[in-house]
Write a protein of this length. Structure first.
Ligand code: NAI
Length: 400
């Protein structure tokens, strides 16, 4: 029997709890720290089924009816005998879970960030300290599904399941008796096929949202004349050549970071860190009409149809940018600043990232960069290595 603890109370956590509970040989438990979610979820399940509807193209939907054995707000209620912990929440919520779990975590456990998002392993090492070496870490690039919760604590839905999901594994000492990737596969069932390769830092550097969203925001709004617009502009399909150029330069810097790390630590495999244009051609092969270059990949990506810039409406019905949206509030401290922090330790110059961060921190009223140094007062609230006093490449790579 594998005992799986799913952390979170949102779309992903609902679906994961139901899918895991319905797998043979798996006991699913849930820890949700946010507000009164644990209480509400427990109450909702007491006199209702817990249902996950799984849709898949060309097939009739299937309904899974299986409940997690316990949902709690306290780690002490759910941690006994746990083999694998799956964090399935936005990155900004990871710290709370790691702090709550730390006193009850044991050597040999498996800890999964699904998605891990940029800097997952830095948060784990910074918060767990020495214990991090004794835990096997898995970080995945995304959620296994496109999914949504329909009724809290009762019903959720898988809209689509990814064919495969890429991640990376760092084995702890002691390693668990069962391979961690196989253990997670048992918890999630057959699909998606989990593929782990390369170093965890590769997943951090391929946290593409962390530079995609801020670069497009910068490209569009840094030259805005301040006059409210007639409508919210298209975010992706309306991208211009300047914004695509900014994004391409930032992505060049990310690839340069990976190359510099591999040059300095040849045992570290970051070969899956690619330019974002290759990422687009790979991930959206069926959605892009014209894959010629980065600009055309974004402009003609049908998966993005209709998605607009985050805007607020003025009293006379016009539109101005909303800088409080996650494209800056999350993707700067949990994305671009993380990349910038790694660049510092790898000795890579990042003029394009610096332009975007400097503009964004002004919009957010935060301070990350001071000149070209990551010493701003808001660094501790980010996930860059410097926030956790991880001072060199060996510490961020888990080699020290
Ligand atoms: P979600 O938006 O449903 O997560 C909300 C949950 O996060 C809340 O129910 C609560 O448990 C927790 N939370 C919210 N605010 C909190 C706070 N201040 N403190 C502590 N916990 C808090 O997230 P979802 O949809 O489950 O996605 C998880 C991650 O996966 C996100 O990073 C999302 O971008 C990513 N993702 C989601 C996909 C989807 O289809 N839902 C697809 C691909 C990626």
């Amino acid at each position: 029997m594998v005992v799986a603890l799913i952390c979170g109370g949102g779309n992903g956590a609902h679906v994961c709890a139901g899918i895991a509970a319905s797998q043979p040989g798996v006991e699913a438990r849930v820890l949700t720290l946010f507000a009164d979610e644990a209480e509400r979820w427990t109450k909702a399940m007491a006199c209702n089924d817990f249902v996950v509807t799984v849709n898949s193209k060309g097939k009739a939907p299937t309904e899974l009816k299986a409940k997690p054995t316990v949902v709690s707000k306290k780690a002490a209620d759910v941690m006994s005998g746990v083999d694998i912990i799956v964090l399935m929440v936005p990155a900004f919520a990871h710290t709370g879970y790691l702090e709550e779990l730390k006193p009850l975590m044991k050597p040999g456990m498996v800890l999964v960030g699904c998605p891990g998002q940029a800097g997952f392993e830095f948060a784990v090492r910074g918060i767990l300290g020495d214990l991090a070496r004794h835990v096997s870490l898995l970080s995945f690039e995304s959620l296994p599904w496109a999914c949504r919760m329909l009724e809290f604590g009762k019903k959720s839905e898988v809209l689509a399941t990814k064919g495969s999901l890429t991640g990376a594994l760092q084995l702890g000492d002691p390693a668990p008796a069962v391979d961690p990737t196989a253990m997670l596969q048992q918890v999630l069932g057959e699909a998606p096929k989990l593929i782990t390769k390369g170093h965890l830092l590769g997943i951090t550097l391929m946290g593409t949202n962390g530079y995609l969203h801020p670069s497009i925001m910068f490209g569009f709004w840094s030259h805005w004349d301040g006059k409210p617009l007639e409508q919210s502009p298209l975010f992706y399909n309306g991208v211009d050549r300047f914004s695509a150029g900014v994004l391409s330069s930032v992505s060049d810097e990310v690839v340069a970071i990976a190359k510099a790390v591999m040059q300095q630590r040849p045992q570290v495999d970051l070969n899956n860190v690619t330019h974002i244009v290759d990422w687009y051609r790979r991930c959206y092969a069926n959605d892009i009409t014209d894959p010629t270059d980065l600009y055309s990949c974004i402009q003609t990506n049908n998966a993005y149809n209709g998605l607009t810039h985050p805007c607020e409406q003025t009293s006379n019905g016009r539109f101005v940018p909303n800088y409080r949206y996650r494209y800056l509030t999350e993707d700067i401290p949990f994305g671009l600043v993380v990349m910038r922090g790694i660049a510092t330790l790898a000795g890579v110059a990042t003029p394009s990232m610096d332009k975007v961060i400097t503009w964004a921190q002004g919009c957010l009223g935060k301070e990350y960069l001071v000149g070209d140094q990551l010493t701003g007062k808001d660094i501790p609230a980010t996930r860059c290595p410097q926030a956790y006093n991880l001072p060199c490449l060996d510490t961020i790579l888990g080699l020290a």
